[in-house]
Design a protein around this ligand. Structure first.
Ligand code: MG
Length: 336
């Protein structure tokens, strides 16, 4: 198949700064692409890199798009190098979109009605703000239907975070599932203390809710430490930064990881190869956002619906971090 290829970069400001152990994030930049096949079917795709998380940079993705001719083929798309995982995702999902099998993006979709908010049958995990602010914010998310929350740790001193944590577990309703995401910001001793605290509270009957998992407690280089911790405590550990791309995911699996894998479809690489890996190894996955627009989100939610197991909530509960998106994205698409 041959495609007419067009692309346009975008910038989008977060409604409020996103704070993690990697630092602050104010503006999301990415690329929207459009593939029109020989039968004039249109497929939309989005390249939304996060270079500090292991993908290519926006500049590398733009360079790749700029050097492509106006007409490309399936072969162009399926030979995008592994060093450009966000590009692999953007182009391949635009092809799938255009193929019509998701029931969107069909001929004459001038109204771009795919930009209506996506929904999924899977439960969503809501991202709480960092620090004490979480204690005042969870209720709004609860009213919106969220029952799984994620809270960032490894930002402040551990003693202070443990204090907030103890307040939080007694504030949140008992049916809540709580995920603690350290973004690799803990030392082995600190991670051990978090896991020990969870185990100790539970043993004393003082843990009213479920701690679903601790996410990426240690930096990527300390894989063995995380493997060891995952075998020492009942609370599960999820790898995130360690498995940003398919190559890393496969490597961790080979080295014996049988805990949870957080998959960010937007930067993991080729969707078709991801499907193959998940089917082959039946891994326990949590699907998660890269703060993409509705375009990449639709593609990511397709993958989540196909590949999620154990009914784990998906990490796409992030709409409240952005202002309304629909108008600007619609006009960008119309102009492309
Ligand atoms: Mg994470």
């Amino acid at each position: 198949m041959r495609y007419q290829f067009k692309f346009r970069p975008y910038q989008r400001r977060f409604g409020r700064t996103l704070t993690t152990n990697h630092g602050n994030w104010d503006i999301r930049e990415g690329i929207i692409l459009r593939l029109t096949d020989e039968t004039l079917r249109v497929g939309w795709g989005e390249i939304a890199p996060i270079s500090w998380f292991g993908s290519e940079t926006l500049e590398q993705a733009l360079d790749f798009c700029r050097q492509l001719p106006e007409e490309i083929t399936d072969n162009t798309i399926f030979s995008i190098p592994d060093e450009l995982p966000a590009c692999q995702f953007g182009f391949e999902s635009a092809c799938e979109w255009g193929s019509g099998k998701w029931g969107v993006g069909s001929k004459g979709d001038e109204k771009n009605n795919f930009l209506t908010p996506n929904s999924s049958l899977l439960p969503y995990s809501g991202l709480l703000p960092a620090g004490e602010a979480a204690l005042n914010q969870w209720e709004t998310l609860w009213q919106q239907g969220y029952r799984t929350f994620k809270w960032k740790i490894g930002i402040d001193a551990i003693a202070h975070e443990l204090e907030i944590f103890e307040l939080m577990i007694h504030t949140l309703p008992a049916s809540t599932k709580l995920r603690l995401d350290a973004n690799g910001g803990l030392t082995y001793e600190e991670a051990n203390l978090w896991l020990w605290t969870c185990a100790n509270l539970k043993a004393n009957g003082e843990l009213p809710l479920e701690i679903e998992f601790i996410e990426q407690p240690l930096p990527i280089e300390q894989f063995q430490g995380m493997l060891e911790l995952s075998m020492s405590y009942e609370t599960a550990i999820a790898l995130d930064e360690s498995v940003a791309t398919l190559g890393q995911l496969a490597a961790c699996y080979q080295q014996g990881w049988r805990g949870i894998f957080v998959i960010k479809p937007g930067i993991v690489g080729s969707p078709s190869r991801l499907r193959k890996f998940c089917h082959q190894h039946q891994i326990d996955t949590v699907f998660s956002s890269v703060f993409e627009t509705a375009i990449a989100r639709l593609a990511a939610l397709q993958l989540a619906a196909e590949l999620s197991r154990n009914n784990r909530a998906i990490g796409f509960g992030i709409d409240h971090f952005f202002e309304q998106e629909e108008t600007w994205l619609q006009s960008l698409c119309k102009d492309l």
